[in-house]
Write a protein that binds this ligand. Structure first.
Ligand code: SF4
Ligand code: MG
Length: 305
């Protein structure tokens, strides 16, 4: 289930009965192992996939029956800038096509429009007449970002948007996202399996495991005082953003199928602290400190029983 609705000027997202509110201008990181459902959440929010159930609204508009204008507010930037750009389209077509189609600009204004967007993403206006294969991975991701900006979104869902890039280029693209947040008041859902990237860019972090949020807090709290055993394991394994050699020590056990999740706390087969009740009762996401939420029976005062 995914819910998305507007409450005053916060937008509220619910994934499997959990609400996530995102402030305007905020970067909310969404972290988890591949297969945990993070991309599904991002695509549901962007309207590329229907929500499995529940209400889906953005700025008061029902998005369970999507309309064009609501979806233009939300754009996605994907992992692979090689696959997401049509190799037969020139950069100016890539960037301006949807804006022309949706009537946001007139065709005769496209070249100045494209030049302005290229400049906003740190590329030279002369690149407009080139093709995607003529660019590096980082440049292609800048083109994909310019294409997203062309529709004047309020919200950008970044799904592993820097994961395919060299570490030095990752930092440049992350800084571009931050600059665009400042200049355009953008809000981001930043989906990544890479905790170091999320620690760098996000204001708050939601940790997802098998389709549920298991921990949610401001970024500093998540990294300084991770509460959920899954979050603790992720952070213990995380390579640093500046690491030359990425050493991957996966968490013990396989990620179970989200279609057949384990009973009770879905993390219990892999959790070093699992207790008998963990396989029977699903822990609720509860507040453990102001703004800090975790779903683990260890937080119950009566857990020792
Ligand atoms: Fe581990 Fe139990 Fe907490 Fe789940 S509820 S994370 S199994 S201690
Ligand atoms: Mg994914």
């Amino acid at each position: 289930a995914l819910g998305l609705s507007r409450q005053e000027d916060r937008r509220v997202y619910a994934v499997n009965e959990v609400s996530l509110s995102v402030d305007q201008g905020e970067v909310l990181g969404l972290v988890g192992e591949s297969g945990c459902g993070k991309s599904t959440v991002g695509r549901m929010i962007a309207g590329l996939l229907p929500a499995t159930s529940g209400d889906l609204a953005f700025e008061g508009k029902d998005m369970s029956r999507p309309s064009v204008d609501t979806h233009l507010n939300i754009q996605m930037v994907f992992q692979n800038p090689y696959a997401s750009l049509n190799p037969r389209q020139r950069v100016d077509q890539v960037i301006s096509e949807a804006a022309i189609y949706h009537g946001l600009i007139r065709k005769k204004d496209a070249s100045s429009f494209v030049a302005g967007l290229l400049q906003q993403v740190g590329l030279d206006a002369s690149y407009a007449s080139r093709y995607p294969h003529q660019f590096s991975g980082g440049q292609r991701q800048r083109i994909a970002i310019a294409r997203a900006l062309a529709l004047n979104p309020k919200f950008i869902v970044c799904d592993e948007a820097v994961s395919a890039l060299d570490v030095s280029v990752q930092a440049q693209i992350l800084n571009l996202f931050m600059d665009l947040r400042e200049s355009k008041g953008l809000t981001y859902l930043f989906i990544s399996h890479n905790l170091a990237v999320v620690e760098y860019i996000a204001d708050r972090v939601a940790i997802m495991y098998l389709g549920r949020i298991v921990e949610l807090a401001d970024t500093r709290s998540v990294f300084a005082r991770p509460n959920h055993p899954y979050t603790q394991a992720l952070i213990a394994d995380a390579p640093r953003l500046d690491a030359k050699v990425v050493e991957h020590r996966p968490i013990q056990g396989e990620l179970p199928s989200p279609l057949k999740p384990p009973s009770g706390c879905t993390f219990h087969p892999r959790c070093p602290h699992a207790m008998p009740r963990c396989s029977q009762e699903r822990p609720a996401l509860t507040s453990i400190a102001p703004g800090h939420w975790s779903a683990c029976h260890l937080n119950d005062t009566g857990a020792s029983a």
